[in-house]
Design a protein around this ligand. Structure first.
Ligand code: ARG
Length: 593
C-alpha cells in the first residue's frame, strides 16, 4: 500500500473531472504536522495558469474528490490542499506492512544489476582512519539497493599492484628478510616455507621505504623496477609479492569484518592483468591513444575544458586553461598505471557481468581519476553507452580541530585503534548501565555509533569524528536507535504477546505511524542521492516518536486488553522497521543494552 499514491490518484481524478491538466501534481509530507499529514501546492501553481483564485480552485478540487473513509481533505490559504490520513487508514497500513516481506519499503519498478567497488585498501599497508569511510558508505549504498530490489555484487578492489609493493619488497630485501629468495641457491620459491615476514615487519618496512623514496632517487627507481617485475610476474618477485599479499589480505578482511563490510570478491588491481594488453590495444586500434614523453595517453577533455592558451613562441609547449589532463595508460617504463588497471577492470567486469551500473566509493581526491577512467571507457566502447558509471566521492573525516583526524602526536591513527577506542567507550557506557563483559555487544554499539555518525552526514561533506557525540545514548545516534530496539525487546519479553492488530487511536500513535511512512520513503531518497543521511534521520525520527509514546505510556500496565494488544503490535512493527533501517545502514541491532 502506498498512501501517497492513493492520495495522488484521488486528487488527480478530481483535477481531471474539472478538465484540468494533472501532470504537475506532487504530494509531499506536510511541514506543518499539527495541521495535516500530506499537502500539495498544486492549486496554487495551476490557478495562475487559468486565472482563478488559488483558494477557490483548491476548494473546487476538494469538492470533486471521491468520498473516502481514509483521508480528509481541506483547502487552506493561500491555496494549499491539506490531507489528513484517518486513524482507520493508518491502522490498515500498519497491519498490511507488518505482513509485507519488504515492510512496505517501495521496490524499484525494474530491478537493475549494480556492481559496487568500495573498500579498496592497499595491500602491504596497515589500514588507517582514512580507510573507514569507503567500506562504511559503500556497504550502506549496496544495502539500500538490495532493500529496494536491485541485484548487487561487491568487489573490494584492493590496491595490490602499485609502487607500494615494489617499495616494500625492495626494503625487505635490503634489510635481509629475503635472503633465501635472492641467494641464487634455489628456484622453487613457492616452497620456501620459512617465509617469516609478519604484519609487524610489513608495518615497519613499508613506511620506511615510503619515506626513503621521497629523498633517494636511486631507491625510487629501483622500487619502480621491482614494481614492474611484479606486474610482469618475474620471479622471485612475483612469489614474494603473492606471499605478502596473502598475509595482508587476511588482515584487511578482518578489518572489514569488524565494520560489517562484506564482499563477493576479494579481487585486486592485479586481477585485471590478463586484460591490460588488450585494453591498451583497444585504444591504439581506435586511434584514441597518442604518445607523450614516452608514455601513452588518451585525451579525455571535453568541449570547454581544454582551452588552449596562445603560445608566446613557436617552440613553447602548448598549455591549456582548466585542462582535464589526458589519462596516462602506459608509463615510460612500460609499467601499468592506476587508470589502466581501472579501465581493464571495467573491461573484465563487463565481460563477465555486464552490470547496469558500476558504483565506486572513494574520497573526493580521486574525482578526476574517475572522470578520466569513465570517459576513456565510454570513448573506447569498453563501457556500453547505457551503462551508468558512478563515482561517489566522500569528504574527509576530521578531528575536533577541523583537520584530518590524527593521533595526539599528529600521526596516522590505525583503523583498529579507532575501532578499539569506540569499543572501549561503548564498554564504559554499558558498564554504567550494569552490563559488563559483553565485548561483542560493545563492538556492535561502538561500530554502530561510528557508522551512524558517518552516514548521517551528506556523503560529500567533511565531518567531525566526535566519539562522545556519536556514542551518546540519547542523541541523534546509532546507539539511540539500538537502545530503542532494546527497550522494545524488554517490553516484548515481559508481555507474552500472542499477536494482534494495530488500532491507531492517539496522536502519539499517529506520529509513530507517520514516522514509519517517512522512514519508508527515505529509502528511495537515499538511493537516489547515493547518500544515506535521509535514511539515518528518519530512522532516528521513528525511534524518537516511539520514545515519546514509551515515556508517556506504561504499555505493560495498560488495562484495556484491546488497546494493549494494539500497542504491542505497534511495538513489534517499530522494532522491525528500525532493525531493517539499521541493517540497511550496515549497523547491527542489539538484544539489550
Ligand atoms: N586502492 C585505491 C586507493 O587506496 C582505492 C581503490 C578504489 N577503487 C578503484 N576501482 N579505483 O586509493
Amino acid at each position: 500500500m502506498n498512501i501517497k499514491d492513493e492520495i495522488t490518484a484521488l486528487i488527480s481524478d478530481a483535477v481531471k473531472t474539472l478538465g484540468l491538466d494533472e501532470s504537475g501534481l506532487v504530494i509531499a509530507f506536510s511541514n506543518r504536522p499539527e495541521l495535516c499529514d500530506y499537502q500539495t501546492s498544486f492549486a496554487m501553481m495551476q490557478a495562475k495558469k487559468i486565472g482563478e483564485k488559488p483558494i477557490d480552485l483548491a476548494e473546487k478540487i476538494i469538492k470533486n474528490i471521491k468520498k473516502t473513509a481514509f483521508f480528509e481533505f481541506s483547502a487552506v490559504m493561500p491555496g494549499f490542499i491539506n490531507v489528513k490520513v484517518t486513524d482507520k487508514k493508518l491502522s490498515e497500513f500498519c497491519n498490511e506492512v507488518a505482513h509485507d516481506k519488504h515492510l512496505g519499503v517501495e521496490q524499484v519498478e525494474k530491478p537493475r544489476f549494480i556492481f559496487f567497488d568500495y573498500g579498496g585498501a592497499n595491500v602491504a599497508k596497515e589500514l588507517h582512519v582514512g580507510h573507514l569511510r569507503s567500506p562504511i558508505v559503500g556497504e550502506a549504498l549496496k544495502r539500500v539497493h538490495m532493500a529496494m530490489g536491485d541485484k548487487v555484487l561487491a568487489d573490494v578492489h584492493l590496491g595490490d599492484y602499485g609502487l607500494q609493493m615494489g617499495l616494500t619488497i625492495l626494503q625487505l630485501k635490503l634489510d635481509g628478510f629475503l635472503d633465501e629468495f635472492f641467494d641464487g641457491k634455489r628456484t622453487d620459491f613457492e616452497n620456501i616455507s620459512t617465509f617469516h615476514i609478519t604484519l609487524d615487519i610489513l608495518n615497519d618496512e613499508y613506511p620506511k621505504a615510503s619515506k626513503r623514496k621521497d629523498t633517494d632517487e636511486t631507491f625510487k627507481a629501483q622500487a619502480d623496477e621491482f614494481t614492474l617485475f611484479i606486474q610482469k610476474r618475474v620471479e622471485p618477485y612475483y612469489t614474494i609479492y603473492k606471499k605478502i599479499r596473502a598475509l595482508s589480505v587476511a588482515e584487511i578482511e578482518k578489518n572489514y569484518q569488524l565494520l560489517n563490510a562484506t564482499f563477493d570478491f576479494y579481487y585486486g588491481e592485479s586481477d585485471a592483468e590478463p586484460f591490460i594488453d588488450e585494453t591498451i590495444q583497444i585504444f591504439v586500434d581506435k586511434g584514441l591513444a597518442r604518445e607523450s614523453e614516452g608514455a601513452l595517453v588518451v585525451d579525455v577533455a571535453e568541449e570547454g575544458e581544454h582551452i588552449p592558451i596562445p603560445k608566446k613562441s613557436e617552440d613553447e609547449p602548448q598549455r591549456y586553461k582548466n585542462p582535464m589532463p589526458p589519462a596516462i595508460i602506459k608509463k615510460y617504463n612500460g609499467g601499468d598505471l592506476y587508470a589502466t588497471t581501472d579501465i581493464a577492470t571495467i573491461l573484465m567486469r563487463n565481460r563477465e557481468f555486464l552490470p547496469d551500473e558500476i558504483v565506486y566509493v572513494t574520497d573526493n581526491r580521486q574525482s578526476q581519476h574517475f572522470v578520466q577512467v569513465f570517459r576513456c571507457c565510454k570513448k573506447a566502447g569498453i563501457s556500453p553507452e547505457k551503462q551508468k558509471l558512478t563515482h561517489v566521492a566522500f569528504g574527509t573525516m576530521n578531528g575536533r580541530d577541523g583537520k584530518p583526524f590524527k593521533t595526539r602526536e599528529g600521526g596516522v591513527v590505525r583503523l583498529k585503534e579507532v575501532v578499539n577506542l569506540l569499543v572501549d567507550k561503548a564498554e564504559e557506557k554499558l558498564a554504567s548501565n550494569g552490563i559488563v563483559g559483553d565485548s561483542e555487544l560493545a563492538r556492535r554499539i561502538g561500530v554502530g555509533a561510528m557508522k551512524f555518525g558517518d552516514l548521517s552526514n551528506t556523503v560529500a561533506k567533511d565531518y567531525v569524528f566526535d566519539i562522545d557525540k556519536f556514542l551518546s545514548f540519547d542523541g541523534k545516534t546509532g546507539p539511540y536507535i539500538q537502545y530503542t530496539i532494546a527497550r522494545i525487546n524488554s517490553i516484548l519479553a515481559k508481555a507474552n504477546f500472542k499477536g494482534g492488530n494495530v488500532d491507531v487511536q492517539t496522536q502519539e500513535e499517529r506520529d509513530i505511524v507517520l514516522a514509519i511512512l517517512k522512514l519508508n520513503s527515505s529509502y528511495k531518497l537515499s538511493y537516489d542521492a547515493y547518500s544515506m543521511n535521509s535514511l539515518c534521520l528518519s530512522a532516528f525520527d521513528l525511534a524518537s516518536a516511539f520514545s515519546t509514546l514509551y515515556n508517556n505510556h506504561k504499555i505493560l500496565a495498560e488495562q484495556d486488553e484491546h488497546k494493549k494488544r494494539s500497542l504491542l503490535a505497534l511495538c513489534v512493527l517499530v522494532k522491525k522497521c528500525l532493525e531493517k533501517a539499521l541493517w540497511t545502514l550496515g549497523i547491527d541491532s542489539v538484544e539489550k543494552m
